[in-house]
Design a protein around this ligand. Sequence first.
Ligand code: GAL
Length: 702
Amino acid sequence: MIRTSCIETAPGVWKLTLGSGERITPFQVLSRRAAVDRMAMLPKAGCCPLDAGQITTRKTRRGFEVHLPLAPDEQIYGLGLQLLSFRQTGLKKTLRVNSDPRCDLGDSHAPVPFYVTTGGYGVLVDTARYATFYCGSTQRPAAPRETGPQRGIALTTEALYAARNSAEFREMIVEIPGAEGVDLYLFAGPEMGNAVQRYNLFSGGGCVPPRWALGPWYRVRGDFSQAQITAFTQQLREEKIPCDVLGVEPGWQTHAYACSHVWSEKFPDPAGFVASLRAEHFRVNLWTHAFTAPSSPIYGALLPHAANYTVFGGLVPDMLDGEGRKLFTEHYRKTTVVLGVSGYKIDECDGSDFIHSPWSFPELSEFPSGADGEQMHSLFGLLLQDSAARLYHSEERRTFGLVRNSHAFAAAQPFALYSDLYDHRQFVRGIVNASFSGLLWCPEVRESASGGELVRRLQTAVVSPILQINGWYIANPPWKQWAVDANNNGEFVPGWEAWQERCRGILELRMRLIPYLHAAFFRYWRDGIPPFRALVFDYPSESESRGIDDEVLIGDRLLAAPLIDDGPPRRLWLPPGAWADFWTAEIHEGGKFVDFPVVEGRFPLFVKSGSVLALAFPTLHTDDPRAFHLEVSIYGDGALPAALLEEYAPDRPFDRNQANLVHLAWNSQKEELSCTREDPHSRPLYSVSSVRFPGKEQERLS
Ligand code: GAL
């Protein structure tokens, strides 16, 4: 058994050094500053959450093993963006970067070696290797297996394997191939949610997107020219479709798909193009990927700072090599940031070479920094995010973007993950699973099989970190035609106007929620609480919550249960307490399952009774000053105040910005709404236009 040390490295975080760890790990390579001051505000943690004496290790010819104790009924969550399972208990996962996970083996866009348990703690295994986690799935002869009563001979595989589950001796085993040791970071509770909070704060605190990033995003077809995009955006405005961010593909793909990093001839005036969209209150988010084509102006200079394998004929920049990273980011500064581009969609940084070759670099690649392909796969997306975030920060600008690969300590990165996969049920699971690992997930909307499905997918996007319609292969908005070929042929569905109306209503709901969501993100930064999270996060001792991966807690007052199909009433579990139906104000007593009737235009959305809920006037974009006009609803006795975040320089980095927290509280005795500003001298940005009492008759104008 090898052990070197165990120290409390930040409030409630213990670092356990086991053997000699590797040089290239997420902790070592990421520029990250733990939010120690904010961590100190969390519940005090007396001692290391696991008895270090019970953690054992083994160095074998295969690599390095860590064995951690598990209690018989302890449930395990996390390990990154696992789209195919929620509870990891009893499963074996190899955390391998792969954009096309077909089986529940651990492959993911964002495999994160961090898990939390209902035992009230979290463990981060600081490795960039494809480690395997045996989550209580192993058995040993030393612990004789309880076979239970004699059963008949099973005739289904489910029955056969059910009989084999033994809970009497369980452990978590992590095997790290090739390693000589590893550092563990243990995050204290007391509850599982507190451990996630500490992990997020240790990562620097959750990112706070600018308000515009919380409005709807629309990506136009990948081959659209400057003129076509301009016409498209004019139509969005004329048809009164809310939209803040426009996703654009700049034609950087060379014939082999590597990136030229030069705007193509379809964009004769990139600077004028970005400026004219900005004048119409659209931020431009630019598609890109890192594989640098021979036609790129930085190709020659990058060559000595790239891997010994190429992808699509393009160089793989070594993002751990200071010079390579600088060359790369400086080029982006000159060609995009100075034009006013608001951020990137960083594509292809995950491994897609399992089913498409040559879609990525092999694990056996070598990089000048000394990293190999396996380590770089794990860290590539994280390093690209970090470079982009630092680039914008150095320009005193705020960015928010999309990325297809991430890893550990990512909470502070201003990015959300997305995928080419498209299973709606998995997309919903992605929202809640991301919340255990410091990740944000964007369940984007593309085509659909029916208008109903389109509506449901859009509703799901409303209750996710980024609402994006990704029309990269359709010429027209999906509500005009949801089938791809017909859409591209300009054949609209009969009655498309009504579908557009419905979809506009859903996008407007998102616009109304922005003040609420923005404040929820502030808590992600300040307290480390994910703005969108699983029910078990807040209700770990309610056994029902432990398996629920299709309901989402949003901020501290809302709960949504996305509709996956249009079947019978939607069965959902409401946590204890009284919950008001957002649409009808009908009160439901929680602590049980309820059936939500499927009613046109609605999806299960509940407000914690007692909440003061402040919704914005639904504008077409967040620059409209009316987006600060609030309609305040008082649910029940209104004892739970609303929080709002006011930012005075919203385009500056959040840590350089002046921001103020505003609390709206309802005094039921005086029947008065009061507003307390944490900085009483600050200039008010929000104003209350009306106060409503859902479920009661009165309505007031202020
Ligand atoms: C994919 C990406 C899509 C789209 C496409 C365009 O890899 O996931 O969203 O951007 O590339 O080339």
